[in-house]
Design a protein around this ligand. Structure first.
Ligand SMILES: CCCC/C=C/CC(=O)SCCNC(=O)CCNC(=O)[C@H](O)C(C)(C)COP(=O)(O)OP(=O)(O)OC[C@H]1O[C@@H](n2cnc3c(N)ncnc32)[C@H](O)[C@@H]1OP(=O)(O)O
Length: 355
């Protein structure tokens, strides 16, 4: 099935192909940047989102302090912020994943916005990765839905028409690292002294599980085959300077700096992030996002898709198999035992910290 609607992003025409056979609830948005041979894929959206765009209806904005994500836009600079807001650790539950995808789509539907900063309302944790409690004794109904929602976040972020900048204030293990790697630019905080260094990486093997192929390949595409192969096998969590050297992040910032951007940040940041207006990571993230926002969007999007469209297509084609594999793997008795042990350790550590 295919239909054409006016693009909410530009005056171009967008053609929508419903790829029922490959991904029943998804569709590719095909964007004509110039002539048909230059047709490029921007993103995949759920059928529900497409129906809304076709009717030109705005998506619901998540903005209250109780929301799982908080967002705000600054149309003058073309920059938006989308911050995860699920205490204590922004671990990714089904609901948080869905909120990220929905909010990203809502921001994308504003034609004045060209960049988004992916951030956290927690100043020491970007995201702790998957909510491990989703993985323990899961229900047959929720587990595939949960995994689908994570795949969708990856597809939406990696294929977004927006330039995406990750403001990594603190820890970003496993799927938290995936969120950052799916962005266009990554800025990490250097930490507060040797004892409080945040880390980033795919630590799955340390939990007795393995990162799925699309996540592992994301690391391969970011840091290269051999370093990624080793980091994936060992479950390496990189502290900031090592993450920078390996290419996991693009920038590490520690110094507090005053900047002209402070004033804009006051207007841009949602209430839950107002304490971060003079945070160096946020300042740098804003400056980078504003820089991307000045590039002619059609050229920027076309260039992004040179490197991303193949892996996004692959993801769409293997999505159902990936979900089946994930559900089979996670519910395996040995994996369940490993996960329970890991959660027990995590709780003991939490108790020790509090006492
Ligand atoms: C085919 C299979 C593919 C499977 C793919 C999996 C990808 C994944 O994402 S697996 C998840 C991997 N995540 C982790 O291993 C992170 C575990 N957490 C931590 O290492 C630390 O919490 C942290 C480094 C992120 C932060 O450390 P910090 O000392 O600041 O805080 P804590 O006291 O440890 O944690 C605070 C609070 O949050 C709870 N929590 C932390 N992480 C998770 C999580 N991933 N899921 C659920 N809950 C989590 C932790 O238990 C604490 O709770 P309490 O305050 O109630 O004790």
């Amino acid at each position: 099935m295919s239909s054409t609607v006016d693009s909410p992003i530009s005056s171009s025409k967008i053609q929508i192909h419903q790829l029922d056979r490959l991904a029943p609830r998804s569709a590719f948005l095909l964007f004509y940047a110039g002539h048909p041979p230059h047709q490029t894929m921007i993103s995949s959206l759920s059928a529900r989102h497409i129906a809304r765009i076709a009717r030109q209806q705005p998506l619901r904005l998540f903005s209250s302090q109780d929301s799982l994500v908080v967002t705000n836009v600054h149309e003058e600079s073309g920059v938006a912020v989308l911050a995860m807001n699920r205490p204590p650790a922004n671990s990714l539950s089904l609901e948080l994943n869905e909120a990220i995808s929905t909010s990203l789509k809502q921001i994308e539907s504003n034609p004045k916005i060209q960049s988004v900063i992916l951030a956290s309302s927690n100043p020491t944790i970007f995201s702790a990765g998957l909510d491990i409690t989703e993985l323990i004794s899961p229900s047959d109904e929720r587990l595939p839905k949960f995994w689908n929602s994570l795949q969708q976040v990856y597809i939406d972020l990696y294929g977004s028409r927006l330039a995406t900048v990750a403001a990594i204030q603190g820890h970003a293990p496993a799927a938290g690292c995936m969120l950052a790697l799916a962005c266009d630019y990554r800025i990490m905080h250097g930490g507060h002294g040797e004892e409080h260094l945040p880390t980033i990486g795919f630590n799955e093997t340390q939990l007795g599980i393995a990162a799925p192929p699309w996540m592992g390949q994301l690391m391969v595409r970011t840091i290269g085959f051999r370093p990624a192969e080793r980091a994936l096998a060992l479950g390496t969590l990189f502290p900031p300077s090592e993450a920078l050297n390996a290419g996991v992040v693009d920038d590490v910032i520690t110094e507090q700096s005053s900047s002209e951007s402070n004033e804009v940040l006051k207007a841009l940041l949602p209430e839950a992030l107002q304490s971060q207006t003079s945070n160096p990571v946020m300042i740098k993230a804003y400056e980078e996002a504003a820089c991307y926002a000045k590039i002619p969007p059609q050229a920027r999007v076309a260039s992004k898709l040179v490197t991303r469209s193949e892996s996004l297509k692959e993801m769409q084609m293997t999505r159902e198999d990936d979900t089946q594999h994930f559900c089979g793997f996670i519910t395996h008795e040995v994996v369940q035992k490993n996960l329970m042990k890991y959660v027990e350790k995590m709780k003991q550590r939490g108790k020790a910290k509090k006492s």
